[in-house]
Design a protein around this ligand. Structure first.
Ligand SMILES: C[S@@+](CC[C@H](N)C(=O)[O-])C[C@H]1O[C@@H](n2cnc3c(N)ncnc32)[C@H](O)[C@@H]1O
Length: 331
C-alpha cells in the first residue's frame, strides 16, 4: 500500500550559488546587443502567485483546455501509459502548483499503480507548496520534490529510483523555447531518458491570432505585472534600481511563425544600476525581450518528436482542439 512520504531534496541549490547565477545571467542578458532576460527567473514567490492568477484569467485559455484534458481523459492517458510501460515513476518538469496533473496522479492511484511522483521545479516556493498540499490533496501519494533545473534534477530522480520514467512536461512549458531551442531541448531530454520511457508534453496549438495575443495581454493586467515582477525581483535580490513606471508591457504574436513574444519597452533614455558595478543604458523605445510562447501545428509537433528521437504514441486534445497533450516514447 502506497503511503505519503515527504523527503527533503538532497540537491537544493544553495542560496549564494543561485544568486550569483541569477546575477550573471541578468547582467549577460542586459549587456547583450538585443537585451533579454531568461524567463525561468519569473518564478520567485510573488511570480508564482502571479502565474497562478494568470492561470485563472478568462483570457488565458491554456489552463482551462489542459484542465479539461486532465479531468476528462486521465483514464485514457493512464491506459496509454499502461499499454506502453510498466513499473514506472512519474517525473514532472516545471510542475508549478500541479493543479492539472493531480487529476492524472489521482487516476493512477485509483488504478493501484505503485509509483513515486518527482515534481521538479526551479522555484523552491513551488516545491514547498507541493510538499505542504499533496499529502492532503492526494493521500497515499509517494512523492519527492526536487528543487532545481530540469536536467540536473532529472538525473537526481534517476539516481534515486531505477524504475522506468514517465515524464510530464505540461502547461505549454515547451513553448517557452524558440522552435530551434525546443528541438535541442527534446534531444537533450531524450539523452536523459532510456529507450521505452514516455514523455507527455503540452502544446498550445495555432489558432486565431487575436485569441492568442489576448491570452498574453489580459484586461486585468496580471501578465503585465508578471513581467514587471522580474524587474522588481532584480531590484530586490540584486540591488537593482529599475523604475517600473518607465517601462511598458508589449506582447506580440506573429501568426506565420507561431511566435508570441513579450517585451518591456523603455519609455525614455534611462540608466539602470545593478549592484555597485553594473550600469545598463536603455534608449527610448528600446525593447527588453522577456519571453516566447511558441504555438505549434500538428505537423511541426510530429517533426519535433522525430528530430528529438521519439515515436508518437497518442494525442489528447480539448473539445475545441486548441491545446493537445502529446504522448511520445523514447526510441
Ligand atoms: C509556465 S509554469 C507551468 C507550470 C505547470 N507545468 C502548469 O502547467 O501549470 C512553468 C514552471 O516551470 C518552472 N521552470 C521554468 N524553468 C525551469 C527550469 N529551467 N528548471 C526547472 N523548472 C523550471 C517554473 O518555476 C514554473 O513553476
Amino acid at each position: 500500500m502506497a503511503h505519503s512520504t515527504v523527503i527533503s531534496t538532497p540537491a537544493t541549490v544553495s542560496r549564494s550559488r543561485h544568486t550569483s547565477t541569477f546575477y550573471n545571467d541578468v547582467v549577460q542578458g542586459l549587456r547583450a546587443q538585443q537585451k533579454y532576460l531568461d524567463p525561468k527567473y519569473f518564478y520567485d514567490a510573488p511570480g508564482d502567485v502571479l502565474f497562478q492568477q494568470i492561470m485563472q484569467c478568462p483570457e488565458y485559455y491554456l489552463t482551462a483546455c489542459e484542465m479539461e484534458i486532465m479531468q476528462e481523459q486521465s483514464a485514457a492517458i493512464a491506459a496509454a501509459f499502461d499499454e506502453h510501460a510498466s513499473d514506472y515513476d512519474i517525473v514532472e518538469l516545471g510542475a508549478g502548483d500541479a493543479s492539472k496533473s493531480v487529476h492524472l496522479l489521482k487516476q493512477l492511484l485509483d488504478n493501484g499503480v505503485d509509483y513515486t511522483y518527482f515534481p521538479i521545479d526551479i522555484s523552491g516556493n513551488v516545491i514547498q507548496l507541493l510538499e505542504d498540499s499533496l499529502p492532503e490533496s492526494l493521500p497515499g501519494l509517494q512523492f519527492q520534490g526536487l528543487q532545481g533545473e530540469y536536467f540536473e534534477m532529472l538525473k537526481v530522480a534517476n539516481d534515486i529510483s531505477p524504475k522506468r520514467k514517465i515524464i510530464l512536461f505540461m502547461g505549454a512549458n515547451i513553448g517557452n523555447f524558440t522552435p530551434f531551442a525546443a528541438r535541442s531541448f527534446c534531444q537533450q531530454l531524450r539523452r536523459h531518458m532510456h529507450p521505452g520511457d514516455l514523455l507527455l508534453t503540452g502544446f498550445d496549438l495555432k489558432k486565431h491570432p487575436q485569441l492568442i495575443l489576448h491570452a498574453y495581454n489580459d484586461d486585468a493586467g496580471i501578465t503585465r505585472e508578471f513581467n514587471f515582477n522580474l524587474l522588481r525581483r532584480i531590484n530586490r535580490e540584486l540591488d537593482g534600481n529599475f523604475d517600473i513606471s518607465q517601462f511598458e508591457h508589449f506582447p506580440t504574436y506573429d501568426p506565420q511563425t507561431g511566435s508570441c513574444k513579450s517585451y518591456l519597452i523603455s519609455l525614455c533614455d534611462q540608466q539602470v544600476r545593478i549592484g555597485d558595478n553594473v550600469v545598463i543604458k536603455f534608449r527610448e523605445n528600446e525593447p527588453l525581450y522577456m519571453e516566447i510562447s511558441q504555438k505549434y501545428d500538428p505537423v511541426e509537433i510530429d517533426q519535433l518528436a522525430s528530430l528529438g528521437g521519439f515515436a508518437p504514441v497518442a494525442r489528447f486534445s480539448d473539445h475545441r482542439n486548441w491545446f493537445s497533450d502529446y504522448l511520445w516514447q523514447a526510441i
